[in-house]
Design a protein around this ligand. Structure first.
Ligand code: MTE
Ligand code: MO
Length: 261
């Protein structure tokens, strides 16, 4: 991009590509050409071929450039924690989940595998012994309601450093106790300091309906990216062969893979 390796120069030039370069090209030759340029710069969302097409890809690309330098989700005071926390998607009723819950999740393991040096399964205690972070953040559901809560967990970046994510990794894919609820994040979101593998909500173990024993918190995106009841994380350099190849079941349901707010 530039001959200099200093971050500031790079930032300006990447931003320029999006705000002037892409807009100009789009005006002249149409959005698909712009999307191709975005792809060349690693700024194409996995659902770019979805119902929203190239425009969606460019929204993602532009947002990624604007948020690449660790813009933080807003944090709140304890006094602002909501009185009511609506649930969207109660805890699984499957026997395997119920059995885990009845045993206080002693047998729970979070598997981390794929493009990592040391695939590992972590118990709840092991996760709790890692460095933790607590954030009071807003969670907004695409259905229109939201709440503020305090979440404690281990930064996802710490877990992935621990297992040794390989340099060519591009995505983290998350699976849950519910086969129809899985999703993925790109590396900027994975490495963001507020992206947590959370095990505590408002000072207590996360209640079953809110994602026990462990859920994602992705406070810069809509609630549906904050997967509950996590079981595994797989690191990959391609989403082509994961599910329908769009990085998440959301695009097929009419919601975009990138849900930045
Ligand atoms: N495994 C799983 N994760 C999930 C869901 C779900 O039903 N199952 N619902 C999602 C949606 S749409 C939202 S808005 C939030 C809701 O989290 P809450 O129930 O703690 O409010 O979790 C998200 N993560
Ligand atoms: Mo949601």
């Amino acid at each position: 991009m530039t001959e200099k390796s200093d971050g500031k120069t790079e930032k300006v030039s990447r931003r320029k590509i999006i705000t002037t370069g892409l807009a100009t090209v789009a005006g002249v030759s149409g959005l698909m050409v712009a999307a191709k340029i975005a792809d060349r710069h690693g700024l194409l969302a996995p659902d770019h071929g979805g119902i929203l097409g190239a425009g969606e890809a460019l929204t993602y690309g532009a947002m990624r450039v604007l948020t690449a330098h660790h813009s933080m989700a807003r944090e709140f005071n304890r006094s602002e924690i909501s009185k009511i926390h609506p649930v969207n998607g109660p805890h699984p009723k499957s026997e395997s989940y119920q059995r885990m819950a009845n045993g206080n999740f002693q047998d729970y393991r979070l598997a981390v595998d794929g493009l990592v040096a040391r695939p590992t399964s972590f118990s709840l205690d092991e996760l709790k012994r890692m460095p933790s972070r607590t954030d009071i953040t807003h969670q907004a559901c695409e259905e229109g309601w939201s709440f503020i809560a305090e979440w404690t967990g281990v930064p996802l970046s710490y877990v992935l450093n621990y297992v040794g994510t390989q340099p060519h990794a591009k995505w983290a894919v998350f699976h849950t106790f519910q086969t129809d609820w899985w999703d993925s994040l790109d590396m900027p979101e994975v490495l963001h300091p507020q992206t947590l593998v959370a095990y505590n909500m408002n000072g207590d173990d996360i209640p079953l309906d809110y994602g026990a024993p462990v859920r994602l918190r992705v406070p810069r995106q809509l609630g549906y990216k904050s997967l509950k009841f996590l079981t595994s994380i797989t690191i990959t350099d391609s989403l082509k062969n994961v599910g329908d190849g769009q990085g998440s079941p959301s695009p097929a349901a009419g919601y975009s893979w990138y849900a930045g707010i």
